[in-house]
Design a protein around this ligand. Sequence first.
Ligand code: ADP
Length: 634
Amino acid sequence: MRKFKTESKKLLDLMINSIYTNKEIFLRELISNASDAMDKLYFMSLTDPNTRVAKDELRIRVSFDKEARTVTISDSGVGMDKDELEKNLGTIAHSGSFDFKSESGDEQNDDIDIIGQFGVGFYSAFMVSDGVKVITKKYGTGQAYVWESCSIEGYTIEEAEKDAYGTDVILTIREDAGDEKYDTYLSEQGLKNLIRKYSNYVRYPIEMECTERRALPKPEDAGDDYQTQYEEYAELKTINSMTPIWKHKKSEVSQEEYDEFYKDNFHDFTDPVRTISIHAEGSFSFDALLFIPGRAPYDLYSKEFKKGLALYSSGVMIMEKCEDLLPDCFNFVRGVVDSEDLSLNISRETLQQDSQLRAIARRIEKKIKAELVDMRDNDREGYEKVFENFGRGMKYGIYSSYGAQEDLLGDLLLFYSAREKKMITLDEYVSAVSEDQKSIFYAAGESNDRLSKMSIVEFVLGKGHDVLFCTQDVDEFCLTAMNQYAEKDLRNVAGGDLGLDSEDEKSAAKVVAEENGDLLAAMKDALGDRVAKVAVSTRLTDAPACITTQGPISLEMEKMFASAPGADGVKSERVLEINAGHPIFETLKGAEEAGDTEKVERYTDILYNQALLVEGMPIEDPVAFTRSVCELMK
Ligand code: ADP
């Protein structure tokens, strides 16, 4: 006997001792394996001239034997040779479900969840069986093998007799025990129900021998009181509807069926938030079924993440993830595209050039956009969740296209509004401002909480203008790439002149600056290259000073660059703005007038570093800074 690999053993143990109530999914899992095996064979037949298989030879047969307590699932798929049996049924390393379980840590509760959340494939057979036998013959080979396991300890593989290629999975169904009812799997109706419930859209016929009833001909000598007599007979019937789910109109399929299909096929355990069904006819026809997931996959922002939609040609999968069908900004969308007009031998290179495929991609992009807009307008709470999960990709889309994707994505963006205290769109911002407000103001920083305390933000709010908060690293890059929205400039409140000062305010500041020219120059000298300028502020009320920037790079962007490899040298042009109405300004003035250069230098240094701290920027020499503060406290 061969032993199961450790991780398989754990899963098997779970299955055998499972208290999971939804044990009936075993049939779906085995049928889905059978269907995959036939997909593989059919695809081979289309691409390899040595494989000859007609599509109508591909079928799944489900049968049962009440006496022997067996259920058999047979397919005419590709089958397995000895090595494949060993590799595929002796270990589950290839299925992502177990990795997920061990990562999540909480062993106890996951036992049940893992079964519900993922298809656990072949091993689910053990939830209902005392023993499992797999007789299989690989297409194109002469020898069949039987794999058998009755316990967690291990399995055997031996040579076997089987005429046709394909696989028979034979389950020995457990006896009923208390509340656990297994006999239903040994009944025609029980199996039929399960096939219709879980495997209705499998694209190959799932056949079962059914007991039918027909009326016997009325005997010639039957009297008036003759009652119709019936006889029972057996007939092989196809139980499933067979048309793939994406070919059906949305009205023909229930949301539960869509949800099940999504979760099964895209290995997610949450229902999708939106289901999009497209049926295009005309110069190119295709069906597509798309889903907006309810959560972001953990690897969405990693290099390993691969976007793409499954591509089918006339119901045959030709590519699991066709990248070209989805723009990067909608990389989170999952789904299937099926077109009769595509060639089956399509390869990576030709896909990119395929104008038909590009046309499909355009159509899909539009549909996704329309769905998101619909959510934004009619289900804001749901949309906010979607944006929280996937908004970063949309913002990145605008940034990486240098603003070219603004038309597609601009109106989908949400930012936190300092005034409304909730997420709003740019259009909502614009519609709430007066005609003469030329800009959309935003502030960039670590958190909404921190930003709302920034004196410049308070200043702009005080002037009667809303401020949008940028708390994600990509936010400001996105807004900078857009430059304008609805003809309004997008302006960082910590950037150059905001154009909010009245003529009086401007000239008052100018006068103060002129009167204190020497002080400002001394302060600039004290700071050297650290700032481009020291200026009298018109945007400070309480704080003694703040740092703003001139030029295209803001402090937040500088922070980002500092953590990006290779971009460390990118610096903002800082301006120390000083509040002439603050008592500290008077102190500085006094020191300057008394010729106390050292005091001016030290105070300027402290003011500058304090302003950096408020911005959440690192100060260059914390030791010197604390020493200076201590000096003052003496
Ligand atoms: P999954 O289907 O998620 O890969 P399973 O545990 O259900 O995991 O199956 C493991 C592997 O065994 C499959 O990937 C497939 O290669 C093989 N297999 C299972 N059932 C069949 C079958 N009926 N015909 C051919 N190969 C099969």
